[in-house]
Design a binder for this molecule. Structure first.
Ligand code: C2O
Ligand code: CU
Length: 559
């Protein structure tokens, strides 16, 4: 399947088919009450659309179609080219927004379980952020309204209900959200067909072409409404992870392997790009902007070109770098984005190139080491494509000649960083330690609680702070990509433990980030500013199984 076809074929959804109209007829419009929070009469959207999460069938492999959940959209107001459907994918439409734009998105939940939408990386009011406390049930709708305040960049959206985020993303609910701004528009960057979004995900299929996840989950699950992987409000239902999972049938449906997959993070054995297996892209002899999102639940990639040419990085989570950076490889953990300048103008026609994930070690940290070769190691190896294995991601075929030229700009963007000397806690950074106790992930021993905020989880609006995440506690450590909602941050410092040798040249810390990979033994310091919006936001591990099991906490921004 050509990536190119799927994403350059402009298939805008500015109308609604008969099928969808019929589907929407049954939605209770009056249940909008929770969604009206934060919405005000003064808000005049430039762009308005409906975003519907619903089950459907996708033709992903030869043979039977795959049951997925998928976002579908309907334009209500504004430029129809702001929404670009991916016709042959379960992925949601690409939303193309501009900085300063006012956006209204009416989310309609046609799943059989609660959901929210989180605009990953965006700076929005807390009621618009998709926090699980605002989850709406089947058939309900929630109105998201916000002004786009972020820099131009590659962001994304996905569900965020408590305990089901991994399941909902895995079965297809995710989409890209691309922001542009004036500065970016004046730069000579590859555009149109030369600007290619690439969403990398790993999945496992059963013999019947259906996605295999943990236990009885997804659109075809029998006991879906009650089959929660963890009870909302308390990750383990007060019984500890073992008790909680065993009592929910995990032992029967997923066995010990399923339980370990939940605890260590689910790894699929098939790599999909933009929802397609065996992806390839046909390119011209021209530079490309490759916007890469790791949309996987738990897999970390070590990206590199197979012929050894360096990667030219121009952007990270929060948009363009100040200047390009050249890397032999780039580590990309779940939820992270990296933008590459990939120049094929010197390649011969017929050249074949593969973007690889190279082998690396250490992401399973202490536990794998401790249990090496033992029976536990076999159980934890819940995928035939192990963490840190080497494999191809997609192929590039240089198929067309063009005389058009484009030079890599030396300066990409002017960035105004927060200043360390302005950080109110510069002398004593706010410290969070990732812990594992009684088989429960947590921050400083605490798992997720829907509304709770601990004393060390309160910050003041309008201040700059240093946060430190330490991943060096206990007998069992593994890599965790830590995501902080609301601000973009700067990575100030990394202190490396023993495990991170084969990965540490792959961090792109020169740009704005909202997710940072913290390897076993490592400590990472971040600098961030809390501006504009007070409220309750989240920080968590973006390995979605970890998040669902409670490696997530609230923090509050107070006025
Ligand atoms: Cu991409 Cu809290 O998530
Ligand atoms: Cu984690």
């Amino acid at each position: 399947m050509a990536i190119h076809e799927a994403i350059t074929r402009r298939d805008f959804m500015n109308g609604v088919g008969m099928g969808t109209a019929a589907l929407l007829a049954g939605v209770p419009q009056t249940q909008a009450a929770p969604g009206m929070q934060g919405a005000s009469d003064a808000f005049e959207p430039d762009l308005a659309l409906e975003l519907i999460a619903r089950p459907r069938n996708a033709s992903l492999r030869p043979g039977r179609t795959t049951s997925v959940w998928s976002y579908q959209s309907r334009m209500l107001k504004g430029d129809p080219t702001s929404v670009q459907a991916l016709p042959d994918s379960y992925l949601g439409p690409i939303l193309r927004l501009r900085r300063g734009q006012k956006v209204r998105i009416d989310f309609i939940n046609r799943l059989d379980q609660p959901s929210t939408v989180h605009w990953h990386g965006l700076h929005v009011p807390d009621t618009m952020d998709g926090h699980p406390r605002f989850a709406i049930g089947p058939g309900e709708r929630y109105r998201y309204e916000f002004e786009v305040r972020n820099r131009a960049g590659t962001y994304w959206y996905h569900p965020h209900p408590h305990g089901h985020t991994g399941e909902q993303v895995y079965f297809g609910l995710a989409g890209l959200l691309l922001v542009s701004d004036g500065e970016e528009q004046t730069l000579p960057l590859p555009r149109g067909q030369y600007d290619v979004p690439i969403v990398i995900q790993d999945r496992s299929f059963d013999d019947d072409n259906q996605f295999r996840y943990l236990g009885d989950t997804g659109p075809t699950a029998r006991g879906n409404a009650s089959g929660a992987p963890s009870a909302p409000g308390n990750a383990m239902g007060g019984r500890g992870m073992m008790g909680g999972m065993m009592s929910r049938g995990a032992m029967m449906s997923g066995g010990m392997g399923g339980m370990m997959a939940r605890m260590m993070g689910f790894l699929g054995d098939t790599i999909l790009v933009n929802g397609r297996p065996d992806a390839s892209i046909e390119v011209a002899t021209h530079p490309y902007r490759l916007r890469i999102l790791n949309g996987s639940n738990s897999r970390i990639y070590k990206l590199a070109w197979q012929d050894g040419r360096p990667l030219t990085v121009i952007g990270t989570d929060g948009g363009l770098l100040e200047r390009p950076v050249h890397k032999d490889y780039v580590m990309l953990a779940p939820a992270e984005r990296v933008e590459l300048w990939a120049d094929f103008s010197k390649d011969d026609l017929g050249t074949q190139l593969t973007l690889m994930s190279l082998a690396f070690e250490g992401s399973m940290g202490g536990m794998m080491g401790m249990m090496d070769g033992g029976p536990m190691a076999a159980m934890m190896d819940n995928s035939s494509l192990a963490a840190g294995a080497q494999f191809p991601i997609f192929k590039v075929n240089v198929a067309r000649k063009t005389n058009a030229r484009l030079e890599l700009p030396e300066r990409l963007s002017a960035v105004s960083w927060p200043r360390l000397q302005d950080a109110v806690n510069r002398a004593k950074p706010r410290a969070f330690r990732i812990t594992m106790a009684q088989m429960q992930w947590g921050f400083d021993g605490r798992g997720f609680e829907m509304m709770a905020v601990a004393p060390n989880e309160v910050v003041k609006l309008g201040t700059t702070e240093v946060w430190e995440f330490a991943n060096d506690s206990g007998m069992m450590t593994m890599a965790h990509p830590i995501h902080v909602h609301d601000p973009q941050f700067q990575v100030l410092e990394r202190r490396h433990g023993a495990a991170s040798g084969g990965v540490r040249d792959g961090y792109v810390d020169q740009g704005w980030k909202d997710t940072v990979l913290v390897m076993p033994g490592d400590r990472v310091k971040l600098l961030m500013r809390f501006a504009d919006y007070p409220g309750l936001y989240l920080y968590h591990c973006h390995m979605l199984e970890h998040e669902d099991l409670g490696l997530m906490r609230n923090y509050r921004i107070e006025t």
